[in-house]
Design a protein around this ligand. Structure first.
Ligand code: FES
Length: 290
């Protein structure tokens, strides 16, 4: 083997080593908390390493140029045959065993990548049935902000909005609940409301609350337009009427935002006085949660 072939083998081996390191990093990133950015970078390295090795192999190790193979008799001369057999028997099997280690390293890199890809398979199940689309809200639960502080009526002026959650269900341990339970609490002029009769007392003093989960595809309905009194989802611009029970006024959402009935204590504490008026999130979630 000449020097350029040795250099080519070394380059290919380095690429494969990079791929194996990427696969290990991918599995580690998944086990250590699942940062999607870190997993993406590691997976890219793993695939890039294998691609680099293949390109290096073809450019630096495969013979190039035109090769003319003269037709020769099928049976080699006896002397040549005897020589080949003796070389094989003596262990001088360079032709047969050449670059075996590099091929093995290549298969190892593919194996590591396959193994690493098994880790995220854990995320395919079990299904979070019974968690998505269901809300923790029930009568008596007080409204708190993301930091756990109580929402007080006197702190919210007409035309302002705050995201709220049920007391005791905020923080890292309640991430799934928080995604389902988030509500937009808006304060409007009470006499501007035109809610259905059954909801007349759901918005005391103009405090009205809707689920923050868009009924189209589940994005957070995070934008409040004070002039027309609308809540808007930034994903596909579904727009909901705050004064009219969260009805859809624009966009692809087909269903109103669920409303949470409220009551206000004498000391200004805001509480839920019942459960959500409907299923939280897109209809597809309701179907999948059976
Ligand atoms: S997810 Fe809200 S409009 Fe599509």
């Amino acid at each position: 083997m000449n020097r350029s072939e040795k250099r080519g083998e070394l380059h290919a081996a380095l690429w494969l080593g990079l791929s194996i390191a990427g696969s290990i990093a991918f599995a580690a990133a998944y086990v250590l908390g699942g940062s999607t950015q870190a997993q993406g970078v590691a997976l890219a390295l793993a695939c890039f390493g294998i691609a680099g090795a293949l390109v290096t192999w073809s450019r630096e190790l495969l013979p190039h140029g035109q090769v003319v193979d003269e037709q020769h008799p099928l049976r080699a001369p006896e002397a040549e045959r005897a020589d080949a057999v003796s070389r094989l028997l003596s262990g001088e099997a360079e032709i047969v065993g050449r670059r075996t280690w590099l091929v093995r390293l290549g298969w190892s890199a593919v194996g590591f990548l396959g193994l690493a890809a098994l880790f995220p398979a854990r995320s395919l199940g079990p299904s979070p049935q019974g968690q998505i689309g269901t809300s923790s809200w029930k009568s008596g639960l007080r409204l708190v902000r993301e930091d756990g502080s109580l929402v007080r009526a006197e702190l919210l002026e007409v035309g302002s909005v705050v995201t709220a959650f049920p007391e005791g269900l905020v923080g890292p341990d309640h991430a799934m609940n928080m995604a389902n339970d988030a509500i937009m609490l808006v304060r409007v002029q009470q006499d501007a409301l035109h809610l259905p009769d059954a909801r007349r007392d759901w918005a005391p003093r103009g405090f009205i609350a809707y689920s923050k989960v868009c009924t189209h595809a589940g994005c957070p309905v995070a934008l409040y337009r004070q002039g027309p009194q609308q809540l808007m989802c930034p994903c596909h611009q579904s727009t909901f009427d705050v004064l009219d029970g969260g009805s859809v006024v624009f966009g692809p959402a087909a269903r109103s935002l669920p409303q949470l009935p409220l009551q206000i204590d004498a000391d200004g504490t805001v509480r839920a006085s019942g459960t959500m008026s409907g299923f939280v999130g897109p209809d597809a979630w309701e179907t999948s949660s059976g």
